[in-house]
Unconditional design. Structure first.
Length: 181
């Protein structure tokens, strides 16, 4: 064997080992749900309900395994959008904030139409039995997890964004909501 073949063989072996490690690390149920999530727009109502039942049956560890990569991707996307927003001229920034606020309001009204007031099916996506309110220890753990997944720069950027949203809502005569109070 020549040197190129040895290096190529080692590289192929490393890729194979990486692939085995990567796929072995994910629970089969989580992998199946992740694949279904990518096609959820095409699901029938019955398929969506079955999907929801499967989601509710996941353990906390499986749920974290399913959602962690999506949360990281959404955080990165959100951070890029906020950086772009902050670099816009004032008039353009105001128009973009209005789009965000209008989108937030639309999603909030859709949520209220689906699930009703907080407490009626809260915390579980609508149907099925509620999982109950989080304990203070669970809230603290969730907050710690959020801190662990973010950088000080990202937290400062998001704080500035929330402040801008709050100020723009006030300018439009809208009441503050959620974390914008």
């Amino acid at each position: 064997m020549n040197r190129k073949q040895v290096i190529g063989g080692i590289a192929l072996l490393l890729l194979l080992l990486l692939g085995v490690w990567w796929f072995r690390g994910e629970d089969a149920e989580v992998a199946a749900l992740r694949e279904q999530m990518e096609n959820r727009e095409e699901m029938s109502e019955a398929d969506r309900q079955a999907f929801g039942e499967r989601m509710r049956s996941l353990s906390d560890a499986q749920r974290r395994q399913l959602f962690e990569p999506m949360m990281q991707a959404r955080q990165a996307e959100m951070q890029q959008r906020v950086y772009a927003l902050m670099s816009m001229p004032e008039a353009q920034r105001r128009a973009e904030l209005d789009k965000w606020i209008d989108g937030m309001e639309q999603r909030r009204s859709q949520w209220q139409g689906r699930g009703g007031p907080r407490g009626v099916g809260a915390g579980n996506g609508g149907g099925g039995p509620p999982r109950g309110e989080m304990t203070s220890a669970q809230r603290a753990q969730r907050g710690k997890g959020r801190l662990d997944r973010s950088t000080p720069e990202m937290r400062a950027t998001m704080t500035q964004f929330f402040k801008m949203v709050k100020e723009r809502r006030e300018e439009r005569g809208m009441e503050p909501i959620g974390r914008f109070r």
